[in-house]
Write a protein that binds this ligand. Structure first.
Ligand code: MMA
Ligand code: CA
Length: 258
């Protein structure tokens, strides 16, 4: 309300000055004394009325302005709270997102693991399933050198078979009279599998093999009749058997986990 008094309109000030001047002009005699009283009262009355009028007017205006300001303040405070809540919500959602992504990846890994563990997991068309693994047996009538046989396997996402059990040997030897396997002489002269590992143990050599008969027998075949290995020149052409790479690795890593 102090604003209302500070901003007392100019008309009111001017009016009171004029009335005061008239009052000064008639300041003699008893009549003038009573007139002065009346006029004074009228002035005071008018002045008071004007003041009240202006006061009320400003009170209303100020009330409206103050109310508007308070409403805007309230709204601002509410928006601040809302913004703060939204920030917290965003953070919570981001945290949830990270957690969901992590659990999705875990579940995907679990799905992959379970799928690899399935014994009824089918092999690609044209491949043969043996003991949970998929093998590609070369077509009838097609023969290649050891290197080209290996190349064919690699182009199929596989490699020449690595024989680790007697059962696997029997599976590999049965299709053809002679079949290339993934064993060859390494740089140091020892026998090395296509995955870079050295032959461990005795292996499944035929009697008196490997004999390196002509000094150039660096690759290994398995004969159906002998059901065992023999070293021969790598340039000879035979049938071959591939073993799917991923499954070999997955199975070995799985069995080492279990
Ligand atoms: C062939 C050849 C050799 C093998 C002997 C066994 C004549 O050479 O297959 O690798 O060792 O036969 O008699
Ligand atoms: Ca030999």
């Amino acid at each position: 309300m102090s604003l209302a008094f500070r901003n007392t309109p100019r008309e009111v000030e001017e009016g009171s000055w004029n009335l005061m001047a008239a009052d000064n002009r008639s300041m003699h005699g008893w009549q003038s004394h009573s007139s002065v009283c009346w006029i004074g009262a009228a002035v005071v009355g008018l002045y008071t009325t004007a003041i009240n009028e202006w006061d009320n007017k400003y009170k209303d205006v100020i009330y409206e302005i103050t109310k508007g300001r308070d409403d805007v303040r309230d709204e601002r405070d509410q928006l601040k709270i809302t913004a703060n809540n939204l920030t917290q919500e965003i953070q919570a959602l981001q945290d949830q997102y990270v957690a969901v992504v992590a659990s999705r990846d875990e579940l995907q890994a679990e799905v992959n693991r379970l799928s690899l563990n399935r014994t009824d997991n089918p092999c690609h068309l044209g491949w043969k399933k043996f003991n949970k693994k998929c093998y590609y047996v070369s077509s009838n009538g097609v023969s290649k050198t050891w290197a080209n046989s290996r190349k064919d396997c690699q182009e199929r996402g596989a490699d020449l078979v690595i024989i680790t059990t007697k059962e696997e040997l029997d599976f590999v030897k049965k299709s053809y009279s002679v079949t290339w396997i993934g064993l060859s002489r390494g740089q140091g002269g020892g026998w090395t599998w296509v995955d870079g590992t050295d032959l461990e143990g005795e292996g499944f050599w035929q009697d008196d093999e490997p004999n390196n008969a002509d000094g150039n027998e660096n690759c290994v075949e398995v004969s159906r009749d002998m059901a065992a290995w023999n070293d021969v020149p790598c340039s000879r052409k035979f049938s071959w058997v591939c073993e799917e790479l991923d499954r070999v690795r997955s199975h070995s890593s799985l069995s080492s986990q279990n």
